[in-house]
Design a binder for this molecule. Structure first.
Ligand SMILES: [Mg+2]
Length: 281
């Protein structure tokens, strides 16, 4: 069914303001190792229309270079400098907000390196705080050590809330699941949870875009992280139905645009660009 003219105008209007698109990874631009339908076309439409993009992910189990390699492997033109992960946001938060100098980390090599890169010392001896990430190298002794530190009053943060990451074989326990184990043991919630949809992630992404919040659009497959991040930070949002959200849930998400796949979003950008060019001549 064709969208009513008013709706089409409304859509064009929303996209007309947008100068930078923030793109989620899993369920949005790729699923497993494959790019989603229309993803390649969206990158081209963004480029042709003179807009920019920033890939924004909560996944800090791999480095920015590894994220970029995975995306290029799926045929998408993404470099490490086009990505913001919750690891960089955590490192910045620890230095700027909590003024930490030493941290105990339950996290993969990529997270540890991001923290080291910001000049934080990694230690299990009297750390300023405990940092819990997507720890694909988790071992019981370290989980226990983190619980002891928190029981003794050490403050702690989770780099993102996701409890499960969809993989080809099934769901992987993500940062939120490890956080839940610590909460169950210590009876204490993290002092802060970063990543999408936190304001720290939203503000970091907006700063990196170089535009005002209302000129930035978040494109993702989850209402509770991607769409909420946009709403809480004054950005517009597009929900794409190639991932975690379907049907009724999508309508209730409150996203500004809902598209079946990224090809539809690319088309809206292309149409806007054509209309804009017509005006110029
Ligand atoms: Mg996703």
């Amino acid at each position: 069914m064709k969208a009513p003219a008013s709706e089409t105008f409304e859509r064009a209007n929303i996209l007309g303001k947008v100068r930078c698109l923030l793109l989620d990874i899993d369920g949005t631009i790729i699923v497993g190792q494959e790019r989603t339908p229309g993803a390649e076309r969206l990158f081209e439409a963004i480029k042709q229309s003179g807009r920019s993009f920033l890939v924004v992910t909560n996944n800090n189990s791999i480095s920015l270079a590894e994220h970029a390699e995975r995306l290029r492997g799926a045929g998408l033109p993404v470099e490490a400098q086009n990505i913001l992960s919750s690891a960089e946001v955590a490192a910045e938060f620890l230095k700027e907000e909590w003024k930490c100098s030493s941290v105990m980390v339950l996290g993969a090599k990529a997270l540890r390196e991001a923290l080291l890169g910001r000049g934080l010392k990694l230690t299990d001896e009297n750390p300023d705080c405990v940092v819990v990430g997507f720890d694909t190298e988790l071992c019981y002794e370290r989980l226990k050590a983190a619980c002891f530190a928190i029981e003794e009053g050490c403050k702690w943060l989770a780099t993102h809330p996701d409890v499960a990451m969809p993989g080809a074989e099934g769901f992987w326990p993500d940062c939120g699941a490890i956080t839940a184990a610590i909460c169950a043991t210590t009876g204490q919630e993290p002092d802060v949870v970063l990543g999408k949809p936190s304001k720290y992630m939203g503000q970091a992404a907006i700063r990196r875009s170089g535009f005002a919040a209302e000129q930035v659009m978040m494109v993702g497959d989850r209402a509770e992280t991607d769409v909420l991040l946009a709403k809480e930070n004054g950005m517009s949002s597009t929900l794409v139905l190639t991932g975690a959200t379907q049907g009724k849930q999508a309508k209730a998400s409150g996203a500004d645009l809902i598209v079946d796949d990224l090809g539809q979003l690319a088309q809206l950008i292309e149409e806007g660009t054509k209309a804009h060019r017509r005006k110029e001549y």
